[in-house]
Design a protein around this ligand. Structure first.
Ligand code: SAH
Length: 347
């Protein structure tokens, strides 16, 4: 009652923090100290900032909050995959996943609460978009998984994929800010080459990314290279058409020289014929690309069925015969609903 709404201190840049201290009659370097606490040491409270005087800590406490995420629940799959249910400051929940292999730990992070798009085969699409995540909420998911990787696998996080909940290109500015922090020496100092942003395909934003000269990798959830088929399973394709998408990807490659990954699920009766394969092969000629065939993770009523192994092998052989790199990826963390398209805050 009668309380002023305090500002989230992590929305401030280093410069703004330095200015804040100067305008409060203190030294600018105090801003650096606080910035380090917030970003390198992931401080959750002002009391813990032990190299600041009590007065300074109280002054910060009076003016700001630290809106840290909280890992509410952690589930471990039989295959080692870990899923975090992450509580945000306004009590909304998103999920992020740690995927271990022999040599790597990959973090799969969310960019929105719910999703703005409408892919019919995806559990997250059924939750409507509640809000975008802030840069620090994205960053914190990565830090939480880095900590878990060190704790359970004795190694730091090695890769990040934006394949959790949400459409990253519909929250582009915040995703970019989070990646800046992840790659900056002030944050985690990770190489952008180890980061992949996966999009359902928003042509305007793909062009913007190319113009912005981003250094991370691009993956596109293609699933069909036939306009009508794609619209039937991803209805937004009526607006962001394949023709538009194709042109934006050509533009991306011209500007970045970075090969694109197409994610692709093969479903029975939807995209399992030779005509579908031929369309995909043609689509791959527009810009250098590789195909990642991913396993379908059923989300409910059986409207979608993964195609037979024979159908998938046919895809694989035809693509390879046309010199297109293809990998067939098995799902991880299915037993805890942590696999692609299963993130929907079930628990
Ligand atoms: N919105 C982004 C990122 C989130 S989805 C995008 O679409 O790329 C991450 C990947 O999971 C996408 O390739 C998506 O098509 C795929 N996916 C969604 N539902 C799935 C399901 N039920 N089984 C397998 N993959 C699924």
């Amino acid at each position: 009652m009668g309380q002023i709404k305090k500002k989230d201190i992590r929305a401030l840049t280093r410069e703004q923090l330095r200015d804040f201290f100067v305008s409060n009659g203190d030294k600018a370097f105090r801003g650096n100290q606080v910035y380090e606490w917030l970003w390198q040491k992931s401080a959750h409270s002002f009391e813990g900032m032990t190299n600041l005087s009590r007065e300074t800590r109280e002054m910060l406490q009076k003016n700001f909050v630290i809106n840290h995420i909280k890992v509410d629940q952690m589930q471990r799959s039989a295959d080692g995959t870990i899923k975090n249910a992450v509580r945000l400051h306004d009590d909304l929940i998103v999920e992020s996943v740690l995927i271990p292999t022999q040599t790597r730990t990959t973090a799969c992070v969310s960019s929105q609460v719910g999703c703005s798009l409408d892919c019919k085969f995806c559990a997250t699409a059924r939750l409507k978009r509640m809000r975008n995540l802030n840069p620090d909420e994205i960053y914190d998911q990565v830090v939480a998984i880095d900590n878990e990787s060190r704790l359970y696998f004795d190694r730091p996080l090695s890769n990040i994929v934006f394949m959790g909940m949400g459409e990253p290109l519909m929250n582009y500015n915040n995703v970019l800010k989070a990646i800046d922090k992840i790659t900056s020496p002030d944050g985690l100092g990770m190489s952008p080459k180890r980061i992949t942003v996966s999009t359902s395909g928003v042509p305007k934003m793909i062009r913007k990314m190319a113009d912005d000269g981003v250094k991370f990798k691009l993956a596109v959830s293609l699933h069909s290279a036939i306009e009508q088929t794609r619209t039937s399973i991803m209805p937004f394709n009526a607006t962001f058409t394949l023709v538009d998408l194709r042109e934006s990807l050509q533009y991306w490659y011209q500007k970045t020289k970075s090969r694109i990954t197409y994610e692709y699920v093969v479903w029975e009766g939807i995209n399992d014929t030779q005509k579908d394969i031929d369309a995909l092969i043609r689509f791959c000629r527009f810009a250098p690309a590789k195909i990642n065939i991913i396993e379908y993770n059923p989300i409910d009523d059986g409207e979608f069925q993964q195609a037979s192994n024979t159908a998938i092998e046919k895809y694989q052989r035809s693509l390879e015969a046309n010199n297109i790199t293809v990998t067939v990826r098995r799902s991880r963390g299915k037993d805890i609903d942590a696999a692609c398209g299963q993130l929907a805050n079930k628990s």
